[in-house]
Design a protein around this ligand. Structure first.
Ligand code: GLU
Length: 514
């Protein structure tokens, strides 16, 4: 339960899946709320019906759940300040927009798109730098500032479509403080008469956002840098609505950049360079294109959170591994940087590796069992646990456990030709056949006994250990990789070992190796 007046919100628009930058915004809000014993709200900003994407809202909820970022109030949770979906609050925005019209800080505008286009064209002809609806142009347009009250009423009664525009004050110097950026300054002559309320009966982002932050008693607005240019307008809206004194504190988070550092990290960067940018899998409902997420790539949610936390923030020490609870403790908005933060896919994997190594063999086996099941294997849990303990050092993603351990479950499908060329000699089949017979004769099939058997054979035949061990590994695994060969042999058992040796000798010797 909240014990302070700190209230923050994550306010995504359901226009598609949540990008990792969005999850980071949610995370920083969450950390800030939890640290200050405040309230974390999930508000869905769905007033732009043209960009609405089916399934996006549920995706956002599922992704936050997977990450463990629980919210206190929100769309599917309720709370004292609901509804939390903006499309269900349109009456409220209309009231405030009308109030602004009454008070003279906003006005009705009836201009058609042709009229707006003509205005821009005229300004272009006049070589005007700024071609927008503002103090200079509004006097020439069809709006409640230029039309008489009767004309306005008549147009409204005739159901003529109209929007409500903000009446941007002229030539005012605006300075708004941002916790991360410092002072953001602008002259209002640079800004236009933004639409606050659209002809479809829905508010625009700006009005709905400001009204809701006020109505939901939001104390701190923590959001992405792309909203920084809107800050002066939001400030003016707070002022126009008479809420300037209670304006929230603003903190605009730096961008997450692609690995080259040139440009914002996009889903295309991920597809091209082979790393996830979404928390979970997303299939575009229109194109059917599918993007695998961190989850499907085999990341642990706790690693994903740690990765995100460090994209824009750092504690000012060398320490990099933090659980969610430790992040709550350490997080400070003041330590969020201004500069864009470059995403490093290798570092992301490194984080995941650290978290995988922290898992017990039991936990790893539990994560790996479903992967095996999908591949059609249901070995005993004990066996899977042992496999995990043998390969975990080499594994960076959960899915890689399979790549590093498939030979415990199935014979190799092919033999690495480079290895074969280097290590498969003329006398190899003879050595392996002899070893096979000796292994067959073993009563106890344990790694150390197996190793002794190989050793004895190499001594008798006066060859180096490698001359048996490497071809043996090729036969069992198909490549030169993997844990201790004797251990692999012990694990897969006598029959399977013999079978694989025979198959390799037959195929590789006869030149059938593929
Ligand atoms: N709906 C906006 C978005 O999609 C929210 C911006 C804000 O947090 O004010 O990012």
């Amino acid at each position: 339960m909240a014990q302070s007046d700190i209230r923050v919100r994550f306010a995504p628009s359901p226009t598609g899946p949540l990008h990792m930058g969005g999850v980071r915004t949610a995370l920083y809000n969450y950390l800030f709320a939890r640290k200050h014993k405040g309230t974390f709200v999930l508000r869905v900003e769905d007033t732009d019906r043209t960009r609405y994407v089916e399934g996006a809202e549920q995706y956002i909820i599922d992704a936050l759940n997977w990450c463990g970022l629980s919210y206190d109030e929100g769309v599917d949770k309720g709370g004292d300040y609901g509804p939390y979906r903006q499309s269900e609050r349109s009456m409220l925005y209309r009231q405030y927009a009308e109030k602004m019209v009454q008070e003279g800080t906003a006005y009705y505008a009836f201009d058609t798109s042709e009229e707006l286009e003509a205005m821009r064209e005229r300004l272009k002809q006049q070589k005007s730098d700024i071609q927008q609806y503002n103090a200079v142009t509004r006097g020439d347009m069809r709006n409640s500032l230029t039309l008489s009250r009767e004309e306005v009423n008549e147009l409204i009664n005739k159901n003529e479509p109209y929007v409500i525009r903000f009446k941007m004050p002229e030539d005012q110097h605006i300075a708004v403080n941002d916790l991360i950026r410092g002072e953001v300054e602008v002259n209002t002559n640079q800004l236009d008469d933004k639409i606050l309320f659209k002809s479809d009966g829905m508010p625009t982002y700006h009005l709905a956002n400001v009204v809701d932050d006020r109505e939901m008693k939001i104390s701190h607005v923590i959001r992405g840098e792309e909203w920084l240019p809107s800050l002066p307008l939001h400030f003016l809206l707070y002022e126009a609505l008479g809420w300037k004194e209670e304006m929230p504190v603003f903190a605009h988070l730096p961008l997450i950049l692609n690995p080259s550092g040139k440009g914002k990290l996009s889903k295309r960067d991920g597809k091209k360079q082979g790393f996830p940018v979404f928390p979970m899998q997303w299939t575009d409902p229109e194109t059917g294109e599918t993007f695998k997420g961190y989850k499907e790539w085999g990341y642990l949610p706790e690693a994903f959170i740690n990765i995100l936390a460090f994209l824009g923030w750092n504690p000012g020490t060398d320490r990099e591994l933090y659980t969610l609870d430790e992040l709550i403790e350490a997080f400070e908005l003041e330590k969020v940087g201004k500069a864009g933060s470059k995403f490093d896919p290798d570092k992301a994997k490194w984080f995941n590796h650290q978290y995988l190594m922290k898992k017990s063999d039991n936990e790893l086996a539990m994560l790996f069992m479903p992967v095996l099941k999908k591949k059609g294997y249901e070995p005993p849990f004990e066996f899977v646990r042992e496999v995990c303990s043998l390969v975990k050092e080499r594994v960076y993603l959960i899915n890689e456990i399979w790549d590093h351990s498939f030979f415990f479950f199935q014979p190799p499908e092919k033999y690495d030709q480079k290895m074969v060329k280097k290590k498969w000699k003329e006398h190899t089949p003879e050595l392996l056949n002899e070893l096979k017979e000796r292994l067959k004769a073993l009563d106890e099939f344990q790694a150390d006994i197996i190793k002794d058997t190989v050793k004895k054979l190499t001594q008798e035949k006066e060859v180096g250990m490698g001359q048996v061990m490497l071809p043996l590994r090729i036969s069992l695994v198909g490549t030169g990789m993997g844990p201790d060969v004797a251990k692999i042999i012990e694990m897969i058992g006598k029959e399977e070992t013999i079978r694989r040796i025979e198959k390799a000798v037959e195929n590789i010797n006869t030149g059938n190796a593929s």
